[in-house]
Design a protein around this ligand. Structure first.
Ligand SMILES: C[S@@+](CC[C@H](N)C(=O)[O-])C[C@H]1O[C@@H](n2cnc3c(N)ncnc32)[C@H](O)[C@@H]1O
Length: 265
């Protein structure tokens, strides 16, 4: 795909979906777009955008593809074990010591996709700190994903594969298609949000932002990490994806707190 076509596509995507591809890495995005057009069996991008202007279902399919909302419960289980064993006890202690908040721990699943990450956090709280008050903000820019998150599913066999039998029994409906039980949602607030352009709330104890920034440009990541740091309260923790490293964490007032975790100084 040449540069002129890509620029035109970016403009059309901004107009049709309000997603700004300027913040995503060019080469990966071009490859994704090329393979999407091949799959649609439509010859030109002009024809495809013509179709998008009249076909709402196709528009949603395209949005889902672009935002890549692959996820699952307890994705990367060993890292979630660390949250259970180390991070959560630390956060509870830190919050009690410095400012006992009326609403309890303030948690955020940033780029929550279809909700599995936020429900994972709710399961963890229920199991590891059942008397601890907390709230979870769960945000994404993908409306289709948020709709599924708010409906608590349906979740596939792959989505739930890391849940133990007893967790399935307690937190999911008994038969496929699986839904999270209603009770799990009571402290979660799902909200549409673009991490790059929208303003953030503040005072978070834990921000979980995993497998979201992989296609972001370095500049977009820098802006985001600075915003995350400002959104954390002192001593608050940012939990990133397994392959994600914030190389100049200190620049954002963050310090390494074990693999995948950064603490606000
Ligand atoms: C691969 S999923 C990750 C879901 C979950 N965090 C996990 O690790 O399982 C990436 C999610 O990031 C969302 N996303 C991508 N760019 C975003 C942006 N600029 N603002 C908000 N969400 C974004 C996508 O819509 C998608 O649902």
């Amino acid at each position: 795909m040449d540069a002129i076509v890509y620029t035109q596509i970016k403009t059309s995507i901004k107009r049709a979906l309000n997603i700004d591809l300027e913040h995503y890495k060019d080469e990966q995005m071009k490859r994704r777009l090329d393979s999407w057009l091949v799959r649609t069996h439509i010859e030109t991008w002009k024809d495809y955008f013509q179709l998008l202007s009249t076909d709402q279902t196709e528009l949603e399919r395209f949005r889902n593809y672009l935002t890549i909302n692959v996820t699952e419960f307890f994705r990367d289980p060993t890292r979630w074990d660390l949250v259970r064993q180390d991070i959560l006890p630390y956060l509870i202690k830190n919050s009690k010591a410095s400012h006992p908040v009326v609403g309890g721990l303030k948690l955020w699943s940033a780029g929550c996709s279809i909700g599995t990450e936020a429900y994972t956090m709710a399961i963890l709280m229920d199991e590891a700190a059942p008397t601890q008050k907390y709230s979870i903000l769960a945000t994404d820019l993908d409306r289709g994903a948020l709709l599924k998150a708010r409906s608590r599913g349906p979740y596939s066999q792959e989505d739930i594969r890391s849940l133990s039998l007893s967790q399935r029994h307690k937190y999911l409906t008994p038969t496929a298609p699986y839904h999270a039980v209603e009770n799990l949602q009571k402290n979660i607030h799902f909200q549409e949000q673009n991490l790059i352009t929208d303003r953030f709330e503040t005072g978070f104890d834990l921000i979980v932002c995993r497998n979201v920034v992989i296609y972001f440009t370095t500049e977009a990541k820098d802006v985001l990490y600075a915003k995350f740091s400002a959104a954390l309260r002192p001593g608050g923790v940012l939990f990133v994806g397994g392959t994600e490293i914030i190389s100049s964490a200190a620049k954002f007032g963050l310090q390494n707190f074990g693999i995948s975790f950064y603490k606000k100084a």
